[in-house]
Write a protein that binds this ligand. Sequence first.
Ligand code: AMP
Ligand code: GLY
Length: 424
Amino acid sequence: MNILIVGSGGRESAFAYKISQSPRLSSLYIAPGNAGTGQYGTNVNLKVTDFEGIAAFALANDVSLIVVGPEEPLVKGIHDYFLSREDIRHIAIIGPQQQGAQLEGSKDFSKEFMQRHDIPTAAYRSFDRSNLEEGLAYLETQSLPIVLKADGLAAGKGVLICETLKDAKAELKAMIADAKFGAASSVVVIEEFLKGIELSVFVLTDGESYKVLPSAKDYKRIGEGDTGLNTGGMGSVSPVPFADEAFLAKVEERIIKPTVEGLKTDNIPYKGFIFIGLMNVGGDPYVIEYNVRMGDPETESVLPRIESDLVDLLEGVAKGDLANRSYTVSPKTAATVVLVSGGYPGDYGNGKAISNIENVKESIVFHAGTKEQNGEVLTAGGRVLAVTALEDDLFSALQQATADAGRIFFQGKYFRTDIGFDLI
Ligand code: AMP
Ligand code: GLY
């Protein structure tokens, strides 16, 4: 079968790597892909939101399955678009329709969903322009720190953790009255601060049954010791030692089952990945957020651990018989270290020549923000490469990935040398 992956980051590189190993695959396409995805398939120069272009390409190239990497095309309705056209309805889309994508596209929607289905999450209330004064008064009744979340997509920047009441009030006003995050913050969720350790849990569902994929931990801050500004993610590890069988059993009973059941009860069709961002609060899991896609850089740690054919699971989602499929996971540990451009997550320059990738022998190098020009691989983004090592234990994987991250060169290269060491 011919498969198309939509997206261009490290996550999509990991999908391309894994899917290219499938015996069921005839041709693999990545739209738009990057300088690294060409080793697994054919890059197609199309924007992820160019639904018409994607549809035309898929039809012309007999694509029967499309894996949507990022949230934007899902929230904008790529799946609905394919269902709306008779001539492309037969092409399976991995990723929910617009309604299901609201789990990520609207914090208010996802909080209401969790409340309706008794899924443990932080206590909250939502406010907008009509009750801003009430929101300010509500803040006075809450303990600190307090979390303010723009309802809509805000490129990962819409969550503020406020340490003082003064700060919280000023930010609430800025978000609602001054449109700090544009239309995304016209509604703001104010929620209780949860203290604990975070974990990313991944579920694949056909809307009826589900498979729990390996979980991972993501390191979001730019600086060593998880300090400094938030980024798209500086590294990840899978599995996560504290997510033992007992903890994951709680996650499945209290969160995963009611989530999949809740979607059914609410008549929300859902075929795709659910990424559950969790906080482990004293041994009990609480949902911080849902995403309707895989995580980046978690995917780069999770997919290399799946030993069996991922396409078999994706086909199960497409056909609605996921319950009859099985998969196997390596007991090894994967560690991913992300190489970023100097200055990221602030301003950074592109177009720096990358060298020595070929000297990395023990790790997989996934391209993220790269492009090829006249035979040279150049930086083309904040997160440039993700280096993943798969080893017998966490320490060896971390050591290998960190050493290999050091072997690659480009001007201004930066990476964290402490990914995962908090777990040892
Ligand atoms: P989100 O965009 O919802 O993933 O939030 C971004 C980050 O903010 C999360 O990864 C957490 O580190 C933090 N965060 C969000 N909500 C809470 C909360 N209720 N308590 C503590 N930290 C939170
Ligand atoms: N690693 C977090 C995310 O993909 O949103």
